[in-house]
Design a protein around this ligand. Structure first.
Ligand code: NAP
Length: 359
């Protein structure tokens, strides 16, 4: 067998000069992350968070180093600051919070390359080490804005198609309609053929926004009289589908005006999560005889059960954004240091749509 040709090495006088080694590494030695200072009890304030500087994490085998560009702030994060029972792990005092983020791969192992854009679950920090299995590469051309990959539309889409099964001519009621999930649901329901879509909010100044931007025909305003009376006026013939993120009085009102065969998709319980008690319990008294006589289906929906939904939703979202039937409603804050404020203000109802922090 012939000898392999000699590979020029560093001691080989024939070798070309080695490229200069940068004196400064391309990444900083440290980065910042937001940690949970203590479990939140009562009103949420800046004292619940710590903005800490930490050594840049090191990616091992099968891991990526990702520079985060955008992170999502959601109502569920308020619940994850408590020790309530949830479908996902809660935040741990002294450790960084986590949640959906979009970032750029800066160090890659097999399967990914530097520059790839990925969605992953390690927000609330400037750099993240991400296990390859937890990173989902996104096509930079799929959506006009990479931040739109943090839309909560997949939940709205899944709840309306899988649990609510919206069809042509339906009347649909969406509670929490100006929030991350609700802001997507009105227009999605219309795309699915709904004839009339009613949304609820607790903020009077959001009513025109619901009507003009988010596709809602009528609005139920929390605190402006009994929800049932408002809903009866908005839907004189009753509702076929409920997408509920609030619970409490609004869920009871929806049952009172449900048509025979109505489908209720229960997605969240903001009245318990963000209400005065700030837990997750949202007890409500329902007339079970109505459930029986009108054959109403009440179904809890969790995105965690549907791994196929994000991909399916991205196709739908891209088409809807391009043809103008969907909008990516969101509020964008800038800088990791603004993330605690973003969550405190979300709880107070000060934002509309998905709440994102650009890093
Ligand atoms: N099942 C799943 O797979 C899944 C996935 C994602 C989210 N979720 C759940 O869906 C719900 C919505 O999530 P999101 O992130 O889109 O939240 P969000 O609707 O953006 O939450 C913030 C909004 O909640 C409203 N709000 C504040 N206090 C309230 C209260 N006491 N009662 C009722 N509404 C109140 C405010 O809107 P107004 O000013 O308009 O009232 C505020 O802007 C949450 O319960 C979340 O946990 C479930």
């Amino acid at each position: 067998m012939a000898d392999a040709p000699a590979v020029p090495g560093p001691t080989d006088p024939a070798a070309p000069p080695a490229p200069p080694v940068p004196a400064v590494p391309p990444f900083p030695a440290t980065h910042r992350e937001v940690r949970l200072a203590a479990r939140a009890r009562g009103a949420l304030g800046p004292e619940c968070f710590t903005l800490a500087e930490a050594p840049l994490p090191v990616a091992g085998d099968g891991q990526l180093l990702v520079r985060n560009r955008f992170m999502a702030v959601t109502a569920a994060m308020r619940s994850m600051m408590t020790d309530a029972e949830l479908p996902m792990p809660s935040f741990v005092p002294g450790r960084a919070l986590w949640g959906a983020a979009v970032g750029e791969v800066v160090r890659a192992s097999c399967g990914f390359a530097p520059g790839d854009l990925v969605v992953h679950p390690y927000g609330w920090r400037e750099f993240a080490v991400v296990e390859e299995a937890r990173a989902r590469r996104v096509d930079p051309q799929a959506l006009p804005d990479p931040a739109a990959h943090l839309s909560q539309g997949a939940t709205a889409w899944g709840a309306l198609t899988r649990a609510g099964r919206v069809g042509p001519g339906d009347t649909v009621f969406v509670t929490g309609a100006a929030g991350g999930v609700g802001s997507m649901a009105g227009r999605i329901a219309k795309r699915l053929g709904a004839a009339r879509v009613i949304g609820s909010t607790g903020s009077a100044h959001k009513v025109p926004y619901l009507r003009k931007t988010l596709g809602y025909d009528e609005v139920v305003l929390r605190g402006a009289g009994p929800a049932e009376d408002q809903l009866r006026r908005a839907a004189p013939d009753g509702i076929d589908v409920l997408l509920d993120t609030v619970g409490g009085e609004q869920l009871r009102a929806a049952l009172a005006v449900a048509r025979t065969g109505a489908r209720f998709a229960l997605v969240g319980a903001l009245s318990g999560q963000l209400g005065d008690g700030a837990g997750v319990a949202a007890p409500v008294e329902l007339d079970s005889s109505l459930v029986v006589t009108r054959r109403v289906t009440l179904r809890g929906f969790s995105l965690y059960d549907h791994s196929d939904l994000p991909g399916e939703w991205m196709g739908e979202f891209g088409r809807g954004l391009r043809d103008g039937s969907l909008v990516f409603a969101h509020t964008r804050l800038h800088g990791l240091d603004q993330a605690p404020r973003a969550l405190c203000e979300l709880v107070q109802g000060r934002h509309t749509g998905a709440v994102l922090v650009e890093l």
